[in-house]
Design a protein around this ligand. Structure first.
Ligand code: WTA
Length: 638
């Protein structure tokens, strides 16, 4: 495949960027010609940020899987589409060419149909990182069903909440998942979730770990049995459902400042164009290169840069089941050498954790195939950037620092590998079509350079979220009401003298723990479920490896107080049950009161400072109801 829209120089970037801002419709009309549509659009863009209403490629129809699979068959049918590296390095890896992946997706699409899945139905996918996960995602897209992938680390309660919100009647899962030396009983978790979700009609279970599972008559079926049924039916073909550009492709739940995760909605046409355009340009993908994105498909990064971006570009995408430190800290490097990986895209938290293992992880590793590196998910500190650049990239690979969000579908701000300059800890320049602005608290635009403010975007791009599932008003309030006529990202940002952007972190009550978004309110709700807890307040604090750690201040009922260590363990267990292990606080401090204003609002600013280790400059404390509380909390800090 060739990519006529791939930008090749800094001058060209500036030229293209200018055009994308001055004539956005003509610009995207031109880019979109590079895809396979069943019917072309009547209008490129219709929008207002007030409602909000955002429609790209109105009137067009397509199926994204024809762009990700069918269109590559003739010329690149034998090119590997997916390479899969198992958790256990002794186990055989798998390679699926475009032809094979196409076949398997159609086969499983027929399984979905046999099980009653129709266009528009919501299908929840809760699987480990095996090729069948990518196949399940694409098969949903093939038949026009809306997939909602849930990361394997979420608890039964979290799954139940999401199933109810999406009214998903179908589930695809595995018996279990391997991650490092752990074996996670996915089907068991699903069974617990389904106690509260009687509306679920069908659970398709793929075999991976051979963990014993209970299969409920009339509801649960095995993936492998269903495939056999399709084989005996004899027709391997499954036509691609004709979808409107604005039909929903998927829902992906993410945390915000309120207690309840929201279902971010992406649509078929715009998301496809955006995922592809950013993949091709940010990573400067060349045909034949091996692209290794280490994310899990349970997060947006996996959706966009393991599945839809690379496959729509006819690329070879490497999918890894395990974790960076299993069986040892050299695993990423071993995989890189084994498959001669060209592009490695990972998270700062992974880099920081590997830094701690010293140089021995590189013994016997060449890393000579690497051409380009990338990071995503959180700000990368300069030290981690330099370590990555020197030890992994051997000072010859450009690093792209890609800033984006679940809501933005794909990268909004990043350098382009080897084409636009990198600057450590800066995401640098906006992608064509992206118009960032910095605003002050009052929403006034801050112009000029060497300034900082809250990051907003003032014009739509094809891959932006369209709504939050089932609750459009929530979408409006969360993203489009803080500042008039702007999409508000929730991030703070500075712009240097050359116009480069540096994202400094969230300005709302959202934590970024190991690159995963967690709302403080969500964690508080979970802690408060414990019957001994009276009240709690959760804040973030700087953590060497995770970026941010979770610090919880908890008031425990005096009658129920017992051994503090046990109380802590009970609370951690409760959070794991309600949300999942990823949301477990790193520190729990028991307090007898929380700093509150006279109107009863918790002053988190003070708690945040104390958690960060600040004891003197706590800012204005005159509005506090009881200043003594602060002294007590300072003394008890862990
Ligand atoms: C943060 C992940 C700094 C940011 C793709 C954003 C980053 C949130 C970067 C979205 C980066 C992501 N530099 N911060 N390169 N990339 N973030 O939805 O705070 O899981 O708002 O999407 O991660 O997280 P999400």
């Amino acid at each position: 495949m060739s990519y006529p829209y791939q930008i090749k120089s800094l001058e060209q970037y500036h030229e293209v960027y200018k055009k994308s801002v001055e004539q956005p419709e003509a610009f995207w009309d031109n880019i979109a010609q590079n895809f396979l549509w069943k019917k072309k659009w009547d209008k490129v863009l219709e929008w207002n940020f007030k409602e909000p209403k955002i429609q790209w490629f109105q009137g067009a129809t397509l199926n994204i899987t024809e762009n990700c699979l069918d269109r590559h068959l003739e010329k690149n049918g034998d090119t590997p589409a997916l390479i899969w590296e198992p958790n256990d390095p002794e186990e055989h890896h798998r390679v699926l060419t475009y032809k094979e992946l196409h076949f398997k997706v159609m086969q499983f699409a027929n399984v979905l149909k046999n099980n009653g899945v129709k266009k528009g139905d919501r299908v929840c996918i809760y699987m480990g990182m095996i090729p069948e996960l990518a196949i399940a995602v694409l098969a949903c897209a093939r038949v026009g069903a809306i997939h909602s992938v849930i990361f394997g680390g979420f608890s039964a309660q979290s799954i139940a909440d999401r199933l109810q919100d999406a009214q998903a009647e179908f589930i695809i899962t595995c018996d279990g998942a391997f991650r490092g030396n752990k074996d996670i009983p996915l089907k068991g978790v699903i069974d617990d979730a389904l106690i509260a979700c009687k509306f679920v009609k069908r659970v398709i279970v793929c075999t991976r770990t051979r963990t014993p599972v209970s299969m409920i008559k009339g509801r649960d079926v095995w993936w492998e049995d269903e495939i056999k049924k399709v084989e005996t039916q004899g027709n391997p073909f499954c036509p691609a459902e004709e979808m409107s550009a604005e039909d929903i492709l998927f829902i992906l739940y993410t945390s915000g400042s309120t207690g309840k995760p929201k279902g971010v909605v992406h649509t078929c046409g715009g998301y496809m164009v955006w995922a592809n355009y950013t993949f091709v340009n940010v990573f400067q993908y060349q045909p034949g290169e091996i692209h290794f994105c280490t994310a899990d498909i349970g997060w947006i990064t996996g959706h966009t840069y393991i599945v839809y971006g690379p496959l729509s570009a006819g690329a070879t995408s490497l999918m890894f089941e395990g974790i960076p430190t299993y069986p040892d800290a050299g695993r990423f490097w071993e995989i890189t050498d084994k498959y001669k990986v060209d592009i490695l895209y990972t998270a700062p938290t992974a880099i920081r954790s590997l830094m701690g293992f010293g140089k021995s992880q590189f013994i016997g590793k060449h890393l000579s195939s690497l051409k380009k590196l990338g990071t995503v998910g959180e700000p990368i500190n300069e030290e981690a950037w330099q370590w990555y650049f020197k030890n992994v990239g051997k000072e010859k690979c450009p690093i792209v620092d890609t800033w984006w969000q679940t809501e933005t579908g794909a990268t909004l701000i990043s350098n382009m590998a080897g084409v636009t300059p990198a600057k450590p800890s800066y995401a640098t320049l906006p992608m064509p079509g992206v118009q960032p602005v910095l605003v002050d608290e009052a929403g006034k635009e801050i112009v000029g350079n060497n300034v900082s403010g809250n990051l907003c975007i003032k014009f739509p791009w094809p891959g932006m979220l369209r709504t939050t599932y089932g609750d459009h008003e929530r979408c409006r309030q969360t993203y489009f009401s803080t500042y008039e006529n702007l999409y508000f990202t929730g991030d703070g940002c500075l712009r240097d003298a050359d116009g480069n952007y540096r994202i400094t972190g969230r300005v709302d009550d959202v934590l970024n723990v190991s690159g995963h978004r967690i709302g403080t309110a969500e964690v508080e709700n979970a802690i408060n479920m414990h019957n001994g807890v009276v009240e709690s307040a959760v804040v973030g604090y700087p953590h060497d490896i995770k970026g941010q750690g979770i610090y919880a201040y908890v008031i425990f009922s005096t009658e129920m107080k017992h051994d503090e260590d046990l109380m802590r363990k009970d609370i951690l267990q409760t959070v794991s049950r309600i949300i999942g292990a990823i949301a477990k606080p790193d520190k729990i401090q028991f307090v007898s009161g929380l700093p509150k204003t006279r109107s009863g609002k918790i002053m988190r600013r003070i708690l945040r400072k104390i958690a960060e280790g600040e004891t003197e400059n706590l800012g204005d404390t005159t509005t506090l109801l009881d200043p003594n509380v602060v002294e007590e909390i300072k003394k008890g800090k862990i």
